[in-house]
Design a binder for this molecule. Structure first.
Ligand SMILES: [Zn+2]
Length: 373
């Protein structure tokens, strides 16, 4: 039978090796599968006993401080660390704000704070692995429009983290991989369990595992919006990011590196995810406010068509106006007058839109808002 203590000893030996030269291999699953075949046959593990050992390895990476620190170091080594001061400062702020917000909904975050970093990768990408190990690519900061959008992406990752999606997904995936390799194999002598530890680490480090299940993806999306609603970030940022992806997929093709990650083949499309967010904001506003194709509608009456500005298309930017209006209606501020303060249209004390070139002027917008709200 499998013994936790002896595995822990082997695991820590692997982790120690990782600290100096990183002995865990980063091959494709097929490579891991070959080494697993040898070692699992050697150990003579099958079925339930093998699954138990896989599960214990996942637990070590996911729940022990040594395990998650090792995974964190391995992530930094594999993907590189960005020294961009602006990106790092922004991620620190986003993590502080969202950690406070998540703690109100799910206090378990206090027991397992996130180990995060800005990776050196240039693609629009982020991942949350086992043990609340998280990275956001430098490319995400350079291509998204603002901090609110970064918060929307990070909130999605924290949704995966809080619901333990990677550990749950990995268990099934690793078990399947090993079990398939073992089919019809002879059962032999003795080999250590280090290969299984390596295989689990491999899978944890492969960031496609972070976004690997359609149901998990939808759950993480909605959690991100819940988390943002407890902060000062604009909750429309979630839909805006999806709109950005729709537009990027349009120019780069559906199977670009970005699309593969945020939108693997068995996942809901970005436009459907955007529409799910819009529906939730509509409900949050008390079923008053919605947006489509850059046009904001209040109580079924057209309010404004939003112009492109601030590194966003009109459609992307319109979701920020929608987010502001949803918050105002949710707080009952629609009972107060719309005004213009320093060039910004306000509803009560809630900013709604600061007109840019191409938008109508603030007084025209405020007047229409007062007429239809
Ligand atoms: Zn995801």
């Amino acid at each position: 039978m499998f013994k936790f203590r002896s595995l822990k000893k082997k695991f820590l030996a692997t982790v120690a090796a990782a600290a100096v030269g990183f002995s865990l291999t980063f091959g494709a699953p097929a490579v891991a599968s070959a080494s697993l075949l040898e070692s699992a046959i050697g150990i003579g593990l099958q079925g339930a006993a093998l699954n138990a050992q896989i599960n214990e390895n996942i637990k070590l990476f996911n729940e022990t401080e040594q395990g998650r620190q090792a995974l964190y170091q391995n992530f930094r080594q594999k993907y590189g660390v960005s020294n961009n001061a602006e990106y790092n400062a922004m991620l620190d702020r986003v993590m502080a704000n969202l950690t406070r917000s998540v703690a109100k909904i799910d206090p378990t975050i206090n027991d397992k704070p996130y180990l995060y970093f800005v990776s050196a990768q240039e693609s629009v990408n982020a991942a949350c692995s086992m043990g609340h190990v998280m990275m956001v690519n430098a490319g995400t900061f350079s291509k998204l429009a603002n901090e609110d959008e970064i918060a929307a992406v990070v909130g999605h990752e924290m949704g995966h983290g809080q619901k333990d999606h990677v550990a749950k997904g990995s268990r099934k995936r690793v078990q399947k991989l090993v079990t398939a390799s073992l089919a019809g194999a002879a059962i032999g002598a003795t080999v250590g369990g280090g290969a299984i530890t390596s295989a689990v680490a491999n899978i944890a480090l492969n960031h496609s595992i972070a976004h690997g299940d359609r149901k998990h993806e939808s759950e993480a999306d909605m959690l991100s919006l819940d988390y943002l609603l407890n902060t000062n970030y604009n909750p429309g940022a979630c839909a805006a990011v999806m709109q950005k992806f729709v537009e990027m997929e349009g120019t780069q093709g559906k199977r670009s590196d970005m699309a593969k990650f945020f939108n693997p083949s068995d996942h809901p499309d970005s436009d459907k995810r955007r529409d799910a967010y819009v529906k939730k904001l509509y409900e949050y506003s008390g079923k008053h406010v919605t947006a489509a194709d850059g046009v904001i509608t209040i109580d079924k009456k057209e309010f404004i068509k939003v112009a492109a500005a601030d590194n966003m298309s009109g459609a992307e930017r319109s979701y920020f106006v929608l987010g502001n209006l949803a918050v105002a209606y949710h707080k009952g501020l629609n009972k107060q007058a719309a005004t213009v303060q320093n060039g910004t249209v306000m509803l009560g004390n809630q900013p709604i839109i600061t007109p840019a070139q191409g938008d109508e002027d603030a007084y025209t917008i405020a007047e229409r808002l007062n007429a239809i709200k």
